[in-house]
Structure formats: structure tokens, C-alpha cells
Design a binder for this molecule. Structure first.
Ligand SMILES: Nc1nc2c(ncn2[C@@H]2O[C@H](COP(=O)(O)OP(=O)(O)OP(=O)(O)O)[C@@H](O)[C@H]2O)c(=O)[nH]1
Length: 537
């Protein structure tokens, strides 16, 4: 991979994150689908996988919820100062009185063994009981998919089980001695990369699973392989720590030289992708047999023990650090899902990209003029009085007609709005593309869970990747590996739609790192990633 030297360290990682406030106790209204294998992150009805981007309000059957508009709004419990003080106190207790909380996206090429690894890991850590394991084993045997028995713990939908692939992000949680980990199991298949982007934008750390089998690791890394694309994507989205599980070592007779070969190949690639070597760990495993996931004991691990006595995968996960969190920033919540709560009106979920939000607060929905009141907040299925930067939250909203809530909208305080953009400049790095980017090129712009058609309206300059200095003004084209400053202009959504593009809420990276990251795709391929510099409206 000598030609591979993309440096995306400019897209630095400062994802906000925080501990959970003390839950108020579970409310009966939590009837959405939180107990389903696929969580409410993208699954509004039990057992039905929905492509988030396809989710429109007509599917939600929300019309009868109009009565919630005049519902009584609960009172906010804290004055702002007090709220921040309380949040600070809880955050400082994290790691001392309570386990640190991190969210982990599991990435890698299709069939690398991501779901199997997480399913087995959940079992080893006691999160998956024997009854469920046996049921999965029986079910997968009956379906003629016995090798997917462990993956069934995460691949919960009929279609996923039939096809033996993950299509949407599955949400699970597990606990190691010092960490409470939310797991996002991302689909490896390239058709589902938009779902993966949505999941990865909610993660702090990544677990990269690679298949050690002869030819398989290489296939995952070739053009079109997802190992390479996933790594670049998650780094671009702010993930700065990665644990690499070199899986299926049983298929290569537990060969140390094969393990070393893979590590030696990936190490420079991860550095070039912007991961600091100290935040990059490697671990040999065999997911199916449960070797070196939580322990290196037992007969199955015998051969690996001949040459490995380092940390297990669980040991490495137990060292992941939650990134810094900015509770003093204004509240920003890009909506990744909208769904109906059975007795609690409409609910939205997403990651808090700044600030602290509390029950009783009124939030503006951008784009648009509407506001909604927060009736209830849930974090990991628990009802809580407030939530802070970095948490993945579900907000139950009232005082709003649900037609105004859409995936990709951003919630913010009415007094501190997110700027709306149709034209802005960005600093990007160009991925491994074959057709260069020219001025006027049509692209799909991804920002959190929103994707909109856009045009590269101006190639302003190419930049030196290390220093950021201009190397050439007004370049004619951008080729692979280039760092550049460009102008992006949104296009109209459809030919029959309005002639002026609808602006989207966006913030420059210098103001809010989580709100200032973008991805550029073209023809189903990610062609670049970058940060927002200046918004022109
Ligand atoms: N021999 C062997 N096979 C494994 C191991 N881990 C996973 N597999 C097999 O690899 C296949 C793919 O596993 P999955 O867990 O579905 O892979 P995945 O990466 O989640 O796939 P997608 O979600 O579709 O991207 C299944 O047949 C597993 O049984 C392992 O350690 N050894």
C-alpha cells in the first residue's frame, strides 16, 4: 500500500462525551422497542429493520398524535447554572464512583466476523444468557445457517438472518470491569454504508474486525473492500481510538507470522489515516470459539497461548477513554431517528453534540420555525432529568406537530440557533478515487444522518497535508490523496421541488467539532471527508 498516504489528522477528534445522570426510574412509557435486539436507534417497530434514510413520517402513523400539541409541558427542574454544576459533578464522578462510558462502533469488511464476535463477547461477559444462546443455535441450525448462530444475537431481523448479513446498526451494551460500553454493530456490506455513517457518527471508539484467513484480509483491503473505507470514515467522523481484532486465526492454524503480517500491514495505514499509534491496539482472536475475547484459558486457546500472552480483547476495551465533553456549548442534537412512543407522543433520538438538555426545556427544530418542549429524556432505556454532551439520547417531545420532525433536523435552544447553510467552504481530503473531482461535480453531502445533493462549486486551493499551507490556487482537478479547500453548494432535492435548495443546519468545525464534519459521496462511493470552514448562507 505504498501509494496510500492520506492524512486525515486535520479532521481532529474531539467528540464530546459524558456520563449519564442518575436515572429517575423507569417510566412505563418506554414501550418503543428498546428491548428489541435492534434498538430504537433505527428501528421504530419491533423486529422490523428500517433504513433510516427511507424512514418518512407517513410510515410512522403519527397523525393521531396531534392532540399532544396542547399537552401540559413539565417544568424544568434546574436553573441553567445549577444544571451545569450538577452535570459537572456527575461527570467528575465518572471513573471514580461509576464506570466510564464509551460507545464503540464495530467495523470491518463484510463477513469479517463482527456480529459473531460481538455475540460471543456478550455471552462470555454474561450479557447473553444460555437460553437465548440455545434458541439462537436452534434457530440458525433450522434455517441452515448454523455458522451464524452467534451473529443472531445482533442480526435480529428476519431478512438479516436469512441473508446472513447485518443491514442496519444494532445497538447493545456490555460492561467490563471499568467501562460501560454501548456497542454499535455496523453493517460491512457496501450497500449499507449510509447506515454505517449514521452509526459511526455516534461513536467514540472503533473495533475493527479483520479476517485473517488467506486472501480474505487482502480482499477486505482491496479497492471496494470495506476495511479501508470504514477506517477512513470513522476517523473522519471523529473516532480517534481503534482496537483491531485479527479474527478467524483458527483458519490459519493460529499462525503468528500471519498475525504479524496483518499487523505490520495495518499499522502504517492506521497512522496515515490519522490514528495516533498510542491509540491503536491489536489483538489476536477467534470469535467463533471465543478465544482471547475475555480470557485466554481453555483448550481452544491452547495453540494461541504458545506465542501470545498479552491482553485479551476485553482488556483493551476496558482501557478505552471517553473523549472530552463540552457541556458549556449550546445544545445541538442532530436527529438520527423519529418514532412514535405509545403513550408519550413523538420521540426523537440522536447524539448530543454539545451542552446539557433537561426535561421542560423548549428546543427549536432546524430548519424551520417550530419549537418543541422536552417531556421526557431517556438514556440507555432509563428516564433521566437531564442529558449532557456526548450522550446518545431519546427525547420525548410535546407541543409540536410531528410532521415538523425529520431525520437530519437539528434541535437547539431558541436563543442560540445553528446557522443554516446552502453554500460553505470546507477543507477536505480526497479518498482513493479513480475519477478526479472537478469544479461543478455532483456529490451527495452527508452530515450526521442527513444526506443532500450538492455541487462542488469551486476548487479554491490544494493544501499541504501536514502544514495546511496552500500548494496551488484554483486547481483544475482534485486527485486521490489530495487535501484541498473547496466550496460546496447545495442543490435542489428533486426536479419538481423548489428551485432553491433548502439550507441545512451546519456549524464550522472551529465552533463545534461534532457539527462541523462532513462526508462526500458519489455513485455509492465515499470520495472524501472534511471539516466545515466558513458558512456563507
Ligand atoms: N472459522 C471461523 N469462522 C468465523 C469466526 N468468526 C466468524 N466466523 C464466520 O464468519 C461468517 C461471517 O460472520 P458474521 O459475524 O456474520 O460477519 P459480519 O462481519 O458480522 O458480517 P456483516 O455484518 O454482514 O458485515 C460466519 O459464517 C461466521 O460463523 C472465527 O473465529 N472462526
Amino acid at each position: 500500500m505504498a501509494d496510500y498516504f492520506i492524512d486525515i489528522s486535520l479532521v481532529s477528534a474531539a467528540v464530546s462525551r459524558t456520563a449519564s445522570p442518575v436515572p429517575k426510574g423507569k417510566k412505563g412509557a418506554t414501550t418503543i422497542t428498546k428491548s428489541a435486539v435492534k434498538s430504537g436507534i433505527s428501528t421504530p417497530a419491533k423486529g422490523i429493520a428500517v433504513d433510516q434514510r427511507m424512514l418518512d413520517l407517513s410510515a410512522l402513523n403519527l397523525t393521531e398524535e396531534r392532540s399532544v400539541i396542547n399537552e401540559e409541558i413539565p417544568k424544568a427542574s434546574f436553573a441553567r447554572e445549577k444544571l451545569l454544576e450538577e452535570a459537572k459533578k456527575v461527570i467528575e464522578a465518572e471513573g471514580k464512583e461509576r464506570k466510564k462510558e464509551v460507545s464503540l462502533v464495530v467495523i470491518g469488511h463484510v463477513d469479517a466476523g463482527k456480529s459473531t464476535l460481538m455475540g460471543r463477547m456478550l455471552y462470555e461477559l454474561g450479557r447473553l444468557d444460555e437460553k437465548t444462546r440455545l434458541a439462537n443455535e436452534r434457530g440458525s441450525n433450522k434455517a441452515g445457517k448454523s455458522s451464524f448462530s452467534w451473529a443472531w444475537s445482533l442480526d435480529g431481523t428476519v431478512e438479516e438472518r436469512e441473508r446472513g448479513i447485518t443491514m442496519d446498526i444494532a445497538l447493545q451494551s456490555m460492561s467490563t470491569p471499568h467501562r460501560q460500553i454501548t456497542i454499535l454493530d455496523a453493517p460491512g456490506h457496501k450497500d449499507f454504508i449510509p447506515n454505517m455513517i449514521s452509526g459511526a457518527s455516534q461513536a467514540d471508539c472503533a473495533l475493527l474486525v479483520v479476517d485473517a484467513a488467506t486472501g480474505e484480509f487482502e480482499a477486505g483491503f482491496d479497492r471496494g473492500g470495506q476495511t479501508r473505507e470504514h477506517v477512513l470514515l470513522v476517523r473522519s467522523l471523529g473516532v480517534s481510538q481503534v482496537v483491531v481484532a485479527v479474527n478467524k486465526l483458527d483458519q490459519v492454524q493460529w499462525s503468528k507470522s500471519r498475525y504479524d503480517e496483518i499487523c505490520d500491514f495495518l499499522r502504517p495505514f492506521l497512522v496515515q489515516s490519522g490514528f495516533h499509534p498510542s491509540k491503536t491496539k491489536f489483538v489476536p482472536v477467534a470469535a467463533m470459539q471465543g478465544v482471547n475475547l475475555v480470557t485466554l484459558n481453555g483448550e481452544a486457546a491452547q495453540e494461541l497461548r504458545q506465542w501470545y500472552d498479552g491482553p485479551t480483547l476485553a482488556d483493551y476495551l476496558d482501557q478505552l477513554e471517553p473523549p472530552a465533553r463540552d457541556i458549556y456549548a449550546p445544545v445541538r442534537i442532530p436527529i438520527s431517528n423519529v418514532f412514535k412512543g405509545s403513550s408519550s407522543g413523538v420521540a426523537v433520538s440522536g447524539r448530543l453534540c454539545g451542552g446539557v438538555v433537561q426535561v421542560g426545556e423548549r428546543l427549536r427544530i432546524l430548519p424551520g420555525d417550530e419549537t418543541a418542549a422536552v417531556k421526557m429524556i431517556e438514556v440507555k432505556d432509563e428516564s433521566v432529568p437531564w442529558a449532557a454532551a456526548g450522550m446518545n439520547v431519546t427525547l420525548y417531545l410535546t407541543s409540536i406537530d410531528p410532521v415538523h420532525l425529520n431525520i437530519g433536523n437539528v434541535l437547539c435552544p431558541p436563543t442560540n440557533l445553528v446557522p443554516l447553510a446552502t453554500t460553505f467552504t470546507a477543507r477536505i481530503i480526497v479518498f482513493d478515487i479513480q475519477i478526479p473531482i472537478t469544479s461543478g461535480a455532483s456529490i451527495e453531502l452527508f452530515h450526521h444522518s442527513r444526506d443532500v445533493p450538492a455541487t462542488v462549486s469551486n476548487l479554491i486551493a490544494t493544501l499541504d497535508r501536514a502544514s495546511g499551507n496552500i500548494t496551488k490556487k484554483k486547481p483544475r482537478v482534485l486527485t486521490k490523496g489530495t487535501s484541498a479547500e473547496i466550496q460546496i453548494t447545495l442543490r435542489t432535492q428533486s426536479l419538481s421541488g423548489p428551485s432553491v435548495a433548502r439550507p441545512i443546519p451546519l456549524e464550522s468545525f472551529s465552533v463545534n467539532k461534532d457539527m462541523g464534519r462532513i462526508l462526500l459521496r458519489r455513485g455509492g462511493e465515499t470520495i472524501g471527508a472534511g471539516i466545515v470552514l466558513e458558512i456563507f448562507g
